[in-house]
Design a protein around this ligand. Structure first.
Ligand code: DI6
Ligand code: FE
Length: 403
C-alpha cells in the first residue's frame, strides 16, 4: 500500500463511539491528507511510505476540537475581573455597559489585522495542546461592518495557522448601545440584514438566549431565518437561568446547545430525541464561581452526547487551554477522562456538524492527529497547566507545535 506518511509504533485512541478504543503497538497510514489504514503493527499491510514517524509508543489521538470559542476580540477585561473579585456580579457589570459591551467598543476600534494578531498567540496555545479544529464566534461587533471584520480576522487566522476554523455568526450576543430600548428592531436587523450578508461567510448562527441576552421567541425567529439561508444553528442556553431555549433549539434541529447549567431534566428528553450535542463549558462555570452545575448524570442517563470546550472569551472564560477545560470537566463536573476526551474529539466534531470528516481515527477520516508523551489517555485530563503534546499532524502534514 503506497502512502505519504506512516506513523509507526503508536498507542492509538481511536475514540470511535466515544470510547478510547485503545490499540497498543499500532500504526496509522496516511495518504493525500486522509487516514487510509489504522490497526496493529503486526497487521500493517506492506507499506511504502514516503515518510515514517517513529512513535516510540507515544499516544495518538484525533486532533482535538475546541467547538465553542469567542477567541477573536479587541482589548481585555482585567479591570472587570478586579471588580468581580470585589463582589460586583457579572449581570450588574453588563447592565452598567461593561461586560460584553466593553469588548464591543474595543473590537469596533480594531482592524481585522489587529484582531487576528491578538488572537494568533491564543490559538497557538491551543495548537500546542493538540487542537486542529476550532470554532470561533462573532458577536463583539453587533453591527454588520464589525461582524464582517471579525469574520475577516478568522479567515486571516485560518490562512496562516495549521488549524481548521468553523465560523459562527453571533450577532444576537447583546443589544448594541445604539439600539437601547429597541430590542425587536435589533432582532430585525439581525434577521433582515445581517444573516443574508453572513450566509456564505459563516457556517452557523448562534444566539445568547438569556435574560441579559435574547428571549426564546426572538431566538426562534433568528433561527428560522438562519435555516432559510442554509445555515446550521446553535445556542447559548440556560447558563445563568432557565429560559427553555435548549429544548426549543433541539426541536429546531440545532447542532448543539451550550452551557446548560440550569437545564431541566424535562428538557433532556428533547435533546436525546434529536441527537443534539450538549456542550459544557466548565471554564465559565469556574470563572463565574457558578453554583449550579450542568446535570451530568442525567445527560448520561439520556445518552446525550457531551462535548467540552473552552468558551475562550475575555469576560467569563479567558481560558485558551483545552486541556484545562478537560481537567475542569473532570474535577468540577464529574466527567471521566474518557468522557472528557470524547468531548473534545468525536462529540465536538458532531457539535460542528463535521463528524463524518473529523473527530475519530478511522480509515477515511481527515488525517488530523495529535501525538502525546504519555502512557495512558487519562493523563490528558490529569495534568493542570501542562501539555504533553509533542506533535500535531494537520491534513496529513506533520507540524511543529511551536510554529
Ligand atoms: N456566554 C458567555 O459565557 C460569553 N458569551 C456568552 O454568550 C461571555 C462573553 C463575554 O462576557 O464577553
Ligand atoms: Fe460562549
Amino acid at each position: 500500500m503506497k502512502s505519504d506518511l506512516l506513523l509507526h509504533n503508536v498507542t492509538i485512541a481511536t475514540m470511535v463511539g466515544g470510547h478510547y478504543g485503545l490499540t497498543r503497538r499500532g500504526a496509522i497510514l496516511i495518504d493525500g491528507g486522509t487516514i487510509v489504514w489504522v490497526g496493529k503493527l503486526s497487521a500493517l499491510p506492506r507499506a511504502e511510505a514516503r515518510e515514517t514517524i517513529a512513535g516510540r509508543g507515544r499516544l495518538a489521538t484525533p486532533g482535538l476540537i475546541d467547538c465553542h470559542t469567542h477567541i477573536v476580540y479587541g482589548g481585555n477585561r482585567a479591570d472587570e475581573f478586579e471588580q468581580r473579585l470585589q463582589g460586583v456580579p457579572y449581570e450588574e457589570i453588563a447592565a452598567q455597559g461593561g461586560g460584553i459591551l466593553s469588548t464591543v467598543r474595543a473590537t469596533r476600534k480594531s482592524s481585522a489585522a489587529a484582531l487576528a494578531a491578538a488572537a494568533r498567540p491564543r490559538i497557538r496555545n491551543l495548537i500546542r495542546e493538540g487542537v486542529t479544529t476550532l470554532e470561533i464566534k462573532t458577536g463583539y461587533g453587533l453591527n454588520l461592518e464589525t461582524e464582517i471584520k471579525m469574520v475577516e480576522a478568522m479567515d486571516m487566522l485560518a490562512e496562516d495557522l495549521p488549524v481548521e476554523i468553523s465560523k459562527t455568526f453571533l450577532g444576537a450576543h447583546a443589544l448594541p448601545p445604539e439600539y437601547h430600548g429597541r430590542q425587536e428592531a435589533y432582532v430585525s436587523l439581525v434577521c433582515d440584514t445581517m444573516i443574508p450578508q453572513m450566509a456564505g461567510r459563516v457556517d452557523a448562527v448562534d444566539v445568547f438566549c438569556e435574560s441579559i441576552g435574547f428571549s426564546v421567541a426572538q431566538t426562534r425567529r433568528i433561527f428560522e431565518v438562519a435555516k432559510r439561508h442554509g445555515l446550521t444553528v446553535k445556542i447559548h442556553a440556560e447558563q445563568l437561568s432557565h429560559m427553555g431555549g435548549a429544548a426549543m433549539a433541539a426541536e429546531m434541529g440545532a447542532l448543539s446547545v451550550d452551557h446548560l447549567e440550569y437545564i431541566n431534566p424535562s428538557d433532556l428528553a428533547e435533546l436525546a430525541a434529536t441527537g443534539t450535542v450538549a456542550v459544557l463549558l466548565p471554564g465559565a462555570l469556574y470563572y463565574l464561581r457558578e453554583s449550579h452545575s450542568p446535570p451530568v448524570e442525567m445527560l448520561r442517563r439520556f445518552q446525550v452526547p457531551v462535548a467540552i470546550a473552552t468558551d475562550a472569551n475575555p469576560g467569563t472564560s479567558p481560558c485558551f487551554s483545552i486541556l484545562t477545560a478537560m481537567n475542569m470537566a473532570c474535577v468540577l463536573l464529574g466527567l471521566t477522562p474518557e468522557e472528557a476526551l470524547a468531548g473534545v474529539t468525536v462529540h465536538a466534531a458532531r457539535a460542528l456538524g463535521r463528524q463524518t470528516r473529523i473527530g475519530t481515527l478511522e480509515a477515511g477520516k481527515q488525517a488530523d492527529i495529535a501525538l502525546w508523551n504519555v502512557d495512558s489517555p487519562a493523563e490528558l485530563s490529569y495534568y493542570l497547566g501542562y501539555s504533553s503534546c509533542s506533535l500535531v499532524i494537520k491534513d496529513g502534514q506533520p507540524r511543529s507545535i511551536d510554529a
